[in-house]
Design a protein. Structure first.
Length: 609
């Protein structure tokens, strides 16, 4: 998908994968990670929340559990059960709270897991990081939300007030004074109280009230500034949208709204991330953007994409159906110990024949975290092809690329494969994967045969007492790929000319000929005709065959297939035996392509005489 930013006058690509689920209900969390900061013997840490969405149809019943990898029982969630109705605009929230009272300074990892029996992509998880600072540390106060939108009708009554909460993480009280700034110079909002004291265990609330008497139709921006006695400064960004008397704020049906007021621009506001933010590489950063058009209506259809000046991949947010758009940013690129970074949110309305956008920006700091594990963006690929942004398949071998994913290098030297190597385990869709190889930068693993297909699962790497942020992985019924000699997924395939006693690579020194039987080593051919356990040796008699038919072309000519299934005695390795057809144009780089379940493998080559 191509998104154009009017602020930077540039277009950028956002990868999109479409899956057609086999179940009516699809479970999705609005955040896949949360980061908390606490101070030993300090103040109460503000709770955070995420939404439980059903992007399919009908009712989705779910339950919530939580776990921690170290420390006392510092993580709590509420509620523990719930239901999401895809037919309503209401998204249930799960509140996540932490307590550092019994913890020493350090970094702690936990996980919140949401499970639904009705959804094929269950469970979905959110990684939780708790950073406990030493006694006396001052990470600065916290405010939430960091932005808000007010809508009303010019000449009408004042919009309803909204409230922000100010929290103090330290062990001593903090005083503050506040100030106002508006883009048009008019004094259109008030704050109460304007000064105050925030104690460690009693957050303060400030009420913001727009005053719109005498204001004309249009959109305005404002900023509330909170200056604390310790030198800390927080800001809350605001947008005020006033429509005409027939505008959207009358809350009439959507078609009538469009007839009465035609939107021409969008007003996005960050509500979870504030100006002068300070985040850490590899840790999850919840992002939420609230968007309204200039008729005062919330943006529910369209797109909101956040881009980052440090080169992190664009983050496409998920609509919560009430104007809020949500997602989790995992900062990846920090060239020095701390860098300045700009985050830009671009909102685009889904209105046929019109291009309506709006942008907003924040500036903050990015700190390196040299020891934190992370999986690279879109870095879970076929171990055979290494093709980017393609689905995995049940039983296939995958390679996972990232940083700090293991403390040492380890290999499985026997079957069945180990599920832990060098202190590292990998989970996909809540299932522990068999591992062939584990290192800081690469893990090779096998996908379970029984995992649900035509859906998106989450992959999480656990290294010791730390988790990565979940990485989405689409799983399809099949995704064929042929192994290659240079292990790149391109060039000479691992295709062998077979006789009764030998098998020789079909390269220029030993080209295949018409009627030769060739053995093709591959991955991702999908379901089998008998039960096979991932990580175990494939059976010899009878061998496990693929359920879906496999076809082969050599030089564009159909090659009859004699066998397609698992290579006996190996794990995760598929084997296709095919007959080289007559009529293939000779050469040293003749293309070979497999097809199963409508999916073609990336092209590899062999030599044919």
């Amino acid at each position: 998908m191509t998104v154009f930013s009017s602020t930077t006058n540039q277009s950028f690509e956002v990868p999109v994968t479409m899956t057609v689920s086999g179940t009516a209900q699809i479970l999705l969390l609005s955040q896949t990670g949360l980061t908390f900061t606490a101070v030993s013997n300090g103040g109460t840490v503000p709770a955070q929340s995420f939404g439980v969405l059903n992007t399919g149809a009908g009712l989705l019943n779910w339950s919530v559990d939580r776990s921690t990898l170290s420390g006392e029982d510092w993580l709590t969630v509420s509620p523990s059960i719930g239901t999401t109705d895809a037919g309503t605009l209401e998204v249930p929230l799960v509140e996540v709270s932490v307590s550092a009272a019994a913890l020493e300074p350090g970094e702690y990892y936990g996980q919140v897991q949401v499970t639904s029996q009705e959804s094929g992509n269950s469970p979905q998880v959110a990684t939780v990081v708790l950073n406990v600072l030493p006694v006396g540390s001052n990470p600065g106060p916290r405010v939430g939300p960091t932005g808000m939108i007010f809508t009303g009708i010019a000449g009408g009554s004042d919009p309803a007030s909204q409230t922000i909460t100010v929290s103090n993480l330290t062990g001593s009280s903090k005083t503050f004074v506040s100030g106002r700034f508006t883009s048009d110079g008019s004094d259109w909002f008030t704050q109460s109280p304007s000064t105050g004291t925030v104690s460690p265990n009693q957050p303060s609330q400030i009420v913001l009230q727009p005053r719109i008497a005498g204001l004309t139709v249009g959109a305005r921006r404002g900023t509330l500034t909170l200056a604390f006695g310790d030198g800390s400064v927080l800001t809350v960004e605001m947008a005020l949208v006033l429509a005409g008397t027939s505008g959207a704020s009358q809350r009439v049906p959507p078609i009538a709204r469009l007839e009465g007021c035609t939107p021409t621009a969008l007003q996005p506001v960050f509500t979870l991330l504030g100006n002068q933010f300070n985040v850490s590489v590899a840790w999850p950063v919840p992002i939420e953007v609230n968007v309204a058009d200039d008729c005062g209506d919330p943006l529910t259809d369209g797109s909101v994409v956040v881009t980052f000046s440090n080169g992190d991949p664009p983050l496409a947010l998920q609509s919560l159906q009430d104007g809020r758009w949500s997602g989790t940013w995992q900062a990846r690129n920090a060239g020095v110990s701390q860098v300045t970074i700009t985050a830009t949110a671009t909102a685009t309305a889904a209105i046929p024949g019109a291009s309506i956008q709006g942008t907003t920006q924040l500036v903050g700091g990015l700190q390196a975290k040299p020891d934190s594990p992370q999986v690279g963006n879109k870095a879970v690929v076929s171990a055979a092809s290494f093709a980017p942004q393609v689905p995995a398949a049940p039983g296939s071998l995958i390679s996972i690329f990232g940083v700090k994913m293991a403390d040492a290098t380890g290999s499985s030297n026997a079957l069945p494969l180990a599920t832990q190597l060098a202190g590292t385990t990998v989970l996909l869709g809540g299932q522990t994967l068999p591992l062939l190889f584990s290192s800081a930068g690469q893990i090779n693993a096998q996908v379970p045969y029984g995992i649900a297909t035509n859906t998106e699962h989450q992959l999480v790497v656990r290294r010791g007492t730390s988790y990565t942020v979940p990485e989405p992985v689409t799983v399809a019924p099949a995704q064929p790929a042929v192994f290659t000699l240079n292990q790149s997924g391109q060039g000479q395939g691992l295709v062998f000319v077979a006789t009764a006693t030998t098998a020789v690579l079909a390269d220029a020194s030993n080209p295949a000929r018409a009627n030769d039987v060739v053995v093709i080593w591959c991955s991702g051919l999908g379901a089998l005709d008998q039960t096979v356990v991932a990580g175990a040796a494939a059976p010899f008699s009878p061998p496990a065959r693929t359920v879906a038919p496999v076809t082969v072309t050599i030089g564009g000519v159909n090659a009859p297939v004699q066998f397609a299934g698992l290579a006996p005695g190996f794990t995760g390795l598929y084997q296709v035996n095919a007959v080289v057809p007559a009529g293939v144009t000779p050469g040293n780089d003749v293309p070979v392509v497999l097809n199963v379940s409508g999916q073609d493998s990336p092209t590899v080559t062999i030599a044919v005489q």
